[in-house]
Design a protein around this ligand. Structure first.
Ligand code: NAP
Length: 487
């Protein structure tokens, strides 16, 4: 870790990162220094170099300590091992510091021609950043069936929805779309939709609209100028924000902010683009704009606007353009582009507006772990997940026999979500992973742990089980969904 400090400056942890990271981050640092931004840097490591030292998280202790102290990070991209072994150091950083909101603005930029030029794209994707499938809880449940838990919390939904509305207010935006797949995943994606519908009346000055995520992707390509702020779950947001960056010229132009109550991490949307590493050819704009977001987060609105104007003037004049815009055989170097932005500091773009920003009011959401406390709850059954080479029919008959004198009875078996027992006539290409749903035999009362353990013991005597999920009711509402074909 190396430190550059000075009085009256705000200390920021800077992580140069992997691949093209150091080139982009250095460009942003040079511009901030030239613009007189009151920042002192504390340089730390994370990513590939750290994995190579045998630190499995990719984030060393000194980096965590620095971030704890400074609470603000400017970060280059970090390489992620694919498909096995270590977790992503990026995701680790986001989760370690609970940066629950990922803000990804894109706007049409002058001098960057795209098929959408002239349509005035200017939108922000607000992506939930720590939950969903990215909680990273995965299991091989049978040798041939993998599972990834999609975890969505009421608290997480409330925080991200409020953040989206607060951001709209801080940036003078008029409309928030909530994009979900709630038509299919009614409890998880549906929770974001329901939270959005509950909270939106508190922001009567902002138009609120729900949109199904697949239509959102379609509309983003067809008529992107209709969007202002889009709030969505983690994976949806990951995908549509790469899409939105392509609308305005590509990943080289897409900045992001990871916002939490305590820590904020600023970085480009793009990765380490290893094929360009060390060649001094990449576009540093995304990291420069990320640093602009950082300055606004620190309340440095004036110097942020100064840098944004200098960047817009540089792009607008088009004298110095990077390879992603004009082709790498004709493009200016990263350092030449950075020099041009520095030379333009103090000039204002005539054509492009820089928004008037107000400080972002971070939503205050109760921190207690049991965020939702139901008045009444009842266990009315259990799904026992079984690995078996038997047919649905044979497994069903066996389980009915095993449960014969239990207070629970077999209601149905599904295979990858489709009911297969009792038979429905559906043609299902079954695998050896069965969800066996048991419910109270007479519907009344509650399933006790003792009854469940006794049933599980009987099932386990003849079948290999790998997971049990209680079926619960909270304040009279079912806390589970039906299988396809179940009634
Ligand atoms: P990538 O690094 O974002 O690069 C994909 C492509 O985007 C590049 O080949 C290039 O396109 C273009 N590009 C990206 N940054 C650019 C820039 N600054 N200037 C000009 N063009 C740019 O995605 P990837 O190749 O899928 O990922 C590489 C590594 O980065 C992986 O290990 C991944 O896990 C990691 N990653 C890290 C982060 C992060 O740290 N937040 C984010 C995403 C990915 P052309 O090939 O068309 O020129």
């Amino acid at each position: 870790m190396s430190t550059s400090t000075a009085s009256n400056k705000r200390t920021v942890t800077v992580i140069p990162g992997d691949g093209i990271g150091p080139e982009c981050v250095r460009a942003a640092q040079r511009i901030l220094e030239a613009a007189g931004a009151p920042i002192a840097w504390e340089e730390c490591e994370a990513g590939a170099t750290v994995f190579r030292k045998g630190i499995a998280s990719g984030v060393p202790h000194e980096t965590i300590e620095s971030i704890r102290r400074t609470r603000v990070v400017l970060k280059g991209p970090l390489e992620t091992p694919v498909g096995f072994g270590e977790k992503s150091a990026n995701v680790t950083l986001r989760k370690l510091f609970e940066t629950y909101g990922n803000i990804r603005p894109v706007r049409e930029l002058p001098g960057v021609p795209t098929p959408y030029s002239g349509r005035g794209i200017d939108l922000v994707v607000v992506r939930e950043n720590v939950e969903d499938l990215y909680a990273g809880i995965e299991h091989m449940q049978t040798p041939g069936v993998a599972q990834c838990l999609k975890l969505i919390s009421a608290k997480g939904c409330e925080k991200i929805v409020r953040l989206a509305f607060e951001l709209a207010r801080a940036e003078g935006r008029k409309r928030v779309h909530c994009a979900t797949k709630s038509n299919i995943m009614k409890l998880t994606e549906g929770m974001l939709k329901r939270t959005f519908e509950r909270i939106s009346p508190e922001y009567p000055d902002i138009e609120a609209q729900h949109i199904i995520i697949d239509n959102c992707a379609h509309q983003l390509v067809k008529r992107p100028e209709q969007f202002d702020v889009i709030v969505t779950t983690n994976m949806n947001g990951d995908i549509i924000s790469d899409l939105t960056s392509a609308l305005i010229g590509g990943l080289g132009f897409a900045p992001s902010a990871n916002i939490g109550n305590d820590v904020a991490i600023f970085e480009a949307v793009h990765g380490s683009a290893p094929k360009y590493a060390g060649k001094n050819v990449i576009n540093p704009t995304a990291v420069i704009l990320s640093a602009v977001l950082m300055l606004r987060h620190l309340g440095e609105f004036e110097v942020a606007a100064k840098i944004e104007h200098a960047l817009l003037v540089t792009l607008e004049e088009g004298k110095v353009r990077t390879g992603d815009v004009v082709g790498y055989d004709k493009g200016a170097s990263t350092t030449a582009f950075t020099d041009a932005v520095i030379a333009n500091l103090g000039r204002r773009s005539e054509r492009c507006r820089v928004r008037d920003y107000k400080p972002l009011r971070l939503p205050q959401v109760a921190a207690r772990p049991d965020f939702v406390r139901p008045q009444k709850r009842r266990v009315i059954g259990a799904d026992i997940f079984v690995e078996s080479p038997l047919s649905a029919e044979a497994l069903g008959q066996s389980l009915e026999r095993l449960a014969a004198d239990s207070p629970l009875k077999l209601k149905m078996i599904s295979n990858r979500g489709t009911k297969v027992y009792p038979p429905t006539g559906a043609i299902t290409d079954c695998v050896d992973h069965w969800r066996c749903r048991f419910v109270l035999r007479d519907g009344a009362g509650e399933v006790t742990d003792a009854a469940l353990f006794a049933l599980l013991q009987r099932v386990a005597a003849e079948h290999r089980w790998m997971h049990v999920e209680k079926l619960q009711e909270f304040d009279g509402s079912l806390g589970f969904t039906m299988a396809q074909g179940e009634d």
